[in-house]
Design a protein around this ligand. Structure first.
Ligand code: ARG
Length: 461
């Protein structure tokens, strides 16, 4: 049944296409649990301040809890004629508890109501995502502990640069996730502020207690300016910014997983639990999971951009444009959660490091050339001079099809009298990595300390 929405000022009814166009119930039903929780706190506040009677508040709370049960059992499915979740709940409440239901909206507007709902929703999601980040960090840490002394080529410009510990590489992603976790903690605090009681824009004539309802809802504070309270979406933009950075990090890791699983790199193999085949090429094993994560990064960046543009021209205070915040936030949340889950599974059981191939990779190139220059520099040869000399050696060796380790001691000493037989030890891949013992470097001693620090970080709450 089409129910009357607006005051008696309205005589005609909305064009059916405009009903459809205006409605948000199709997506804001996602907020229902938070809408009910917010309304319960509001009802209790109304009784606490004597605006309604305690028995009336009790009836409202009972009715709202009943709607929660109906919703959870799949029995509350409001249609498009309800416009949005707020109207749908208020109408159902009045059906259930009678005229007292019409008192719920005293001293409240949908503007402060929807702001309350979206903050309650988002703070919950932020908690979940932080938990997921911890799980993701846990898998990175596990691999790191196993692979302190597993070497892998380190790259700059995607050209072999210097060999590093595989743990060092993975711990770089651990630290990105750590910053994501910390950032979301800061955003949680700014999301967790109550706009409830800001009214439509200017506050209310009723003697409400905003701090009381805020406390019931677990908010850390209340907005001090009602115009700001109903029209602020900074927290949503901050969240989508943090979500975008998480996606940047996951996407970079995905790109590496895709490269590493290619025949050309062959640093990892994909297990059957996370790889997919081809419908035509029987030999294929495709890294669909990291490819999808890399692809989904784009939509989260899009939501961030969308929200910035949505906000930039809005005059104070509430404007219906703000209804457009929801799908951006919901999809951003779902995408980040899905990607974190998939990447945690991929890293946990979807890949195997090909250790022989990695060992071979670091032994077959000139990525120890810096160490030869360092060797001479440590023996008094100015670094730039040593660097030029080694450049020449790389050139002649490449032409001769040789690696540095293949040069005889005589050849080394012809190049420079400072070379001695310990040059071979100095350019062996393990030693090359171990020697980078500066703080935060890849040396094994540093990695062990970095792992200890990572364990302490992951235990922070
Ligand atoms: N569905 C609306 C939204 O999502 C609720 C607030 C509507 N307020 C109003 N004054 N039209 O923003």
């Amino acid at each position: 049944i089409q129910q009357k929405t607006w005051s008696d000022r309205f005589e005609g009814s909305l064009h059916p296409a405009i009903v459809q166009f205006n409605a948000s119930i199709g997506f804001d039903i996602e907020l229902i649990e938070y809408d009910l929780t917010g309304s319960i706190a509001h009802a209790k506040m109304l009784a606490h301040t004597g605006i309604i009677a305690p028995e009336e508040a009790q009836q409202l709370v009972t009715g709202l809890e009943q709607i929660r049960q109906e919703y959870r059992q799949g029995q509350f499915t409001p249609g498009i004629d309800q416009e949005d979740v707020h109207f749908a709940v208020e109408r159902r409440l009045t059906e259930l508890v009678g005229d007292v239901g019409k008192k719920l909206h005293t001293a409240r507007s949908r503007n402060d109501q929807v702001g309350t709902d979206i903050r309650l929703y988002l703070r919950e999601q932020i908690k979940d995502i932080r938990t997921q980040l911890r799980e993701f960090q846990g898998v990175l840490l596990n691999h790191s502990q196993t692979h302190v002394e597993t070497l892998i080529p380190g790259y700059t410009h995607l050209q072999r640069a210097q060999p590093i510990s595989l743990a060092h590489h993975l711990l770089a992603y651990f630290q990105m996730a750590q910053r994501d976790w910390e950032r979301l903690g800061e955003i949680y605090a700014r999301t967790n502020i109550s706009p409830l009681g800001c009214g439509a824009l200017a506050g209310t004539t009723f003697p409400i207690d905003r701090h009381y309802s805020a406390e019931l809802l677990g908010f850390g504070g209340v907005y001090g300016n009602s115009l700001d309270g109903v029209s602020d979406r900074d927290f949503a933009i901050e969240f989508l910014n943090a979500a975008s950075l998480i996606m940047v990090h996951l996407s970079r890791l995905s790109e590496e997983m895709i490269l590493w699983s290619s025949h050309e790199f062959s640093f990892i193999s994909l297990t059957d639990s996370c790889a997919t085949g081809s419908s035509i090429m029987p030999q294929k094993k495709n890294p669909d999971v990291p490819e999808l994560v890399r692809g989904k990064a784009g939509r989260v960046f899009g939501h961030l951009q969308g929200m910035l543009v949505l906000m930039k021209g809005l005059p104070l205070a509430y404007n219906k444009d703000l209804q457009e915040d929801k799908e951006a936030i919901f999809d951003g949340v779902k995408t980040v959660k899905g990607c974190l889950e998939a990447m945690t599974i991929l890293l946990g059981e979807g890949i195997k490091f090909r250790q022989e191939r990695l060992a071979q990779a670091v032994a077959e190139d000139f990525s120890n050339a810096t160490d030869v220059a360092d060797y001479l520099a440590a023996r008094g040869v100015p670094f730039r001079e040593a660097y030029n000399l080694v450049g020449k050696v790389v050139k002649t060796s490449t032409a001769a099809g040789k690696l540095l380790k293949d040069l005889t001691l005589e050849e080394w000493q012809q190049l420079h009298p400072k070379f001695e037989s310990d040059i071979y030890e100095a350019i062996a891949p393990k030693q090359v990595v171990a020697a980078r013992n500066s703080y935060g470097g890849t040396g094994f001693e540093q990695i062990r300390q970095a792992i200890a620090r990572a364990i302490a970080q992951i235990e922070q709450t």
